[in-house]
Design a protein around this ligand. Structure first.
Ligand code: ADP
Ligand code: MG
Ligand code: ZN
Length: 476
């Protein structure tokens, strides 16, 4: 029998608000342990949480971006469990009546669109952070993260492969970044994912028993863990066994998942409405206000880049992968309105440079206006495409505008026919053998002559003129 995987993801995104969800403590990362704390986030008796309005606003942005229905009335619930990183003994979350439900995002795999449903989005608070001494039987807890706002995005089991799961996550991350609500860093834990996976006979409507995978802190881990787990489940069924519903941990060193706890061992959270927090009422006015400030989202922008700039889908996908990169591209177009040319230079040279230096587009040593100026110099025939690469490298080093570099280094392209002709004649004079061969029919040698002329002019001769002159001389 042929099996197909079914995957549903639960994603936690840390919101970039200045203060925590229920108190005024800072959310900034990297402070000395337990300095961003107060009686509220430390769970002292007798204190009352006060909801941070910005958290609701950020969640509404996400809910609208994913076409969710927004509940006019939602509420907070206590999720009870004991763990040393949870001082109150419960986490404030949402259970019944979450803020948003029934949304979706569209992903694209090899040109094919697929819609992935979003079951719900809710708000909750993060727990603290434990660290364990490797040498002594000692664990330490830092409550700075306690009460940092999160949204949980629960996805429908609509994902059909590890690649689709990766694409869905990349789309979600692009959206939260475009919205400016989360920095989307998986490695640092501000964007986290648990993956549920089962397999079923191809075409069957009934879902199989699922396992939930944890400890997936990069896109690569998500895809690898899912691939491993799908194969593990297939092997079990092939041997006539049954998949057990359980939570499994991904071990990135051994490239496998191991059992963490079974369904029977799963905690019972005894959820109940939090009596300290009022029901949350969201009126149309609030929703309209958030709608008004909506940025163009990655999928829309990608489509527009294809329609408006006639870019191939691949270019549009890469250029819209972040809002800053898309802005950079459009900034270049203001000076140099040739979309494909700009796209080629960004995707080839610029992204290569940033990648090599481990920098983001915001940290680019080359400003959009300067890159556009460089392309203008090529188009105007001031420098050759080949010299432009040298100028580009120099711009990356010195951060100076291209015109200055070209002038200073004497890189201006030679378009003077007389000057080029002199070099052409010189090259032909010392290549009697090749000239003979060319005239005998080996016209491929034209490239060789062009190369010689370019070398003699240190790449500064206008290639078009070089070609013309060479052909004229060789064919008479
Ligand atoms: P829990 O709260 O126990 O994690 P949920 O019903 O909320 O359970 O489901 C959590 C996630 O599991 C969702 O993302 C959902 O899409 C996914 N899921 C549910 N059933 C299956 C299944 N049979 N195979 C794969 N994923 C599933
Ligand atoms: Mg779960
Ligand atoms: Zn606090």
């Amino acid at each position: 029998m042929e099996f197909e995987p079914v995957i549903g993801l639960e994603v936690h995104a840390q919101l970039k608000t200045k203060t925590k969800i229920f108190c005024g403590c800072s959310t900034s990362f990297g402070a000395p342990p337990n300095t961003h704390t107060c009686p509220v986030c430390l769970g002292m008796p007798g204190v009352l949480p006060v909801l941070n309005k910005k958290v609701v606003e950020y969640t509404l942005r996400m809910a609208l971006a994913t076409d969710c229905d927004i509940s006019p009335n939602s509420r907070f619930a206590r999720k009870n469990y004991f763990y040393p990183d949870l001082p109150k003994g419960y986490q404030i979350s949402q259970y019944e009546q979450p803020i948003a439900q029934n949304g979706y995002i569209d992903i694209e795999i090899e040109g094919e669109k697929k819609r992935i449903g979003i079951t719900r989005i809710h708000m909750e608070e993060d727990a603290g952070k434990l660290s364990h001494d490797p040498d002594r039987p000692l664990s330490m807890v830092d409550f700075n993260r306690t009460g940092v706002p999160l949204i949980e995005i629960v996805g429908e089991p609509d994902i059909g492969s590890p690649e689709e799961a990766g694409e869905y996550l990349r789309q979600l991350r692009a959206i939260v970044r475009y919205l400016g609500i989360c920095d989307g860093n998986m490695e640092e834990g501000s964007f986290r994912c648990d993956a549920n996976v089962s397999i079923k006979p191809r075409g069957s409507e009934t879902l199989g028993t699922r396992t939930e995978l944890k400890n997936l802190n990069s896109f690569k881990h998500v895809e690898k863990a899912l691939t491993f787990e799908i194969n593990r489940q297939k092997d079990i069924l092939a041997d006539g066994g049954r998949v057990v519903q359980e939570t499994r941990l991904w071990d990135p060193d051994k490239n496998r998942t191991t059992s963490m706890r079974s369904k029977e061992e799963a905690p019972d959270y005894r959820y109940f409405p939090d009596p300290d927090l009022l029901p949350l009422v969201i009126d149309d006015e609030w929703i309209e206000a958030v709608k008004k400030n909506r940025p163009e989202l990655p999928a829309k922008k990608r489509e527009r880049f294809v329609d408006e700039y006639k870019l191939p889908a691949n270019d549009a996908g890469i250029l819209t992968s972040s809002r800053e990169l898309a802005d950079y591209f459009e900034e270049c177009l203001k000076t140099f309105p040739d979309p494909k040319q700009v796209s080629n230079w960004i995707m080839g040279s610029l992204l290569g440079l940033l990648n090599a230096q481990g920098k983001t587009i915001a940290e680019s040593p080359i400003l959009a206006q300067d890159l556009a100026q460089l392309l203008k110099l090529i188009a105007d025939g001031v420098i050759s495409g080949k010299i432009a690469k040298t100028v580009f490298d120099e711009m990356a080093q010195s951060k100076r505008p291209p015109k200055e570099i070209v002038a200073e280094k004497g890189l201006v392209q030679v378009t003077d026919k007389k000057a080029i002709e002199a070099v052409v004649l010189e090259v032909l004079a010392r290549s009697a053998q090749e000239v003979e061969a060319y005239k005998g029919g080996k016209t491929k040698l034209l490239g060789y002559f062009v190369g010689q002329v370019m070398q003699a002019t240190k790449g500064k001769a206008n290639p078009k003129i070089v070609n013309q002159l060479l052909k004229a001389k060789l064919e008479t």
